[in-house]
Design a protein around this ligand. Structure first.
Ligand SMILES: [Ca+2]
Length: 405
């Protein structure tokens, strides 16, 4: 995890050993259509649709920051706005605007809509919104380690999720920015702004848009030095991130990790579509280039395997919507079919296919349920410790998938 590439940001370094358990991940980002199902079922109100509480906001600002006029504390969100000409690239405020009325239904402001963009990733969602959706869907957000493992798609030491060549055979592999940033995106890759999920080739694990299109929320708190701390350990096992956020450049604003880069990323500015790239974003802050996808732990995979009926959920109360951190959607039935893919070792995948062949898909699902959490153990970025944890669970088929950087 991480990188030693000199052409990377300090917060991505150094490369270090991490081991993660097997898990399932959505094949693509959560789309507008999927998020609409969640809102319809629960009545959930997103962060960007709620009035801003100055008492909460001022905790994230330097002490003594004066309270802005109340007209500024109305619902809204951050919208990317191209500049009229070249600007210094060290001042994000030149191309990010706070737009009243911008939210997931109106990503660029009140006059915009998601009509015709049903299969684009939902944006303008806060970390809290993403967590609420995941709980409703019977899933969770990935840890940063899970996300990066999945993004690399089984490749080792590669700069991009598909290899080391940005445009293999002259072909764009992700939705990024072409042209002078942040003035004009020429859209040579086919898209200006977000693109429908799955518009570019999947990575080695069958996952779409693990580079570019929209940033994706992870569950971890963000620390600029998280990899330095992790590298001091021999092997990090299922790291869930630091206990608290730390960003000396913005010390009063705790942040969560986002990964993957977006349609705004380009070589002149950040190249954050590289799998090691990482950024911290305040959990209450949505934007027009940040979305998410979900995962399911291996031993809970039957949740997404038991699809076949429409989800049935109890509508949340308005007080729940106002307090998303405490919100626990009352789920009567977690049957909710979503696109998904299995992140597992080749050995485990072979075993699943063998079960399919022997029992047929229906019976195989039940058999798989007994395997989850026992077989699908993954080891990454270095030799597996001999027998250390990899044979737990009694199945005896623990396998080690090595991916040294
Ligand atoms: Ca593009």
């Amino acid at each position: 995890m991480g990188t030693n590439d000199k052409e990377s940001f300090p917060n991505e370094r150094p490369a270090h050993l991490v081991q993660v358990q097997g898990f399932w991940m959505d094949v693509h980002d959560v789309t507008n259509a999927e998020f609409a199902m969640f809102v319809e079922a629960t009545g959930y109100v997103t962060t960007a649709e709620r009035k801003i509480d100055w008492e909460d906001l001022k905790k994230q600002l330097p002490p003594g920051t004066p309270q802005p006029d109340k007209s500024a504390l109305v619902p809204g969100s951050l919208v990317f706005t191209p500049t009229s000409g070249p600007v210094p690239l060290n001042d994000l405020s030149a191309w990010w605007r706070w737009v009243h009325g911008a939210n997931w239904r109106h990503p660029e402001g009140p006059e915009s809509s998601i009509e015709g963009r049903e299969n684009h990733p939902v944006v303008q969602v806060s970390w809290y919104d993403a967590v609420a959706y995941a709980q409703w869907a019977g899933k969770r957000l990935p840890t940063e380690a899970e996300w990066e493992f999945a993004a690399r798609g089984g490749l080792e030491s590669k700069r991009y999720v598909w290899g080391d060549d940005f445009k293999p055979g002259g072909k764009y592999m992700a939705n990024t920015w072409q042209g002078l940033f942040p003035v004009r995106d020429t859209g040579e890759d086919g898209f200006v702004g977000t693109s429908p999920v799955g518009s570019f080739p999947a990575n080695g694990y069958g996952l779409y848009d693990m580079a570019g299109n929209v940033w994706q929320w992870c569950s971890d708190w963000y620390r600029v030095d998280a990899h330095i701390e992790a590298a001091s350990q021999k092997v990090c096992r299922d790291p869930a991130g630091p206990a608290q956020s730390y960003d000396p450049g913005d010390p009063f604003s705790p942040k969560r990790v986002v990964k993957g880069g977006s349609f705004l990323c380009n070589p002149d500015y950040c190249e954050s579509y590289r799998p090691s790239a990482r950024r911290g974003t305040p959990p209450d802050t949505g934007s027009s280039h940040t979305g998410f996808r979900c995962v399911v732990s291996g031993d809970n995979a039957q949740v997404i395997r038991s699809a076949g009926s429409e989800p049935s959920f109890t509508k949340s109360t308005s007080s729940d919507a106002k307090n998303p951190q405490n919100k626990q959607p009352k789920t009567k039935d977690t049957k909710h079919e979503m696109a998904k893919t299995r992140i597992c070792s080749n050995h485990a995948r072979d075993e699943e296919e063998a079960i399919d062949a022997k029992y047929g898909n229906a019976a195989a699902a039940a058999v798989r349920g007994r395997l989850h959490g026992t077989v699908f153990q993954l080891c990454r970025y270095g030799p597996c410790p001999d027998g250390d944890g990899l044979q737990q669970g009694g199945h005896g088929a623990g396998t080690c998938h090595q991916a040294p950087l």
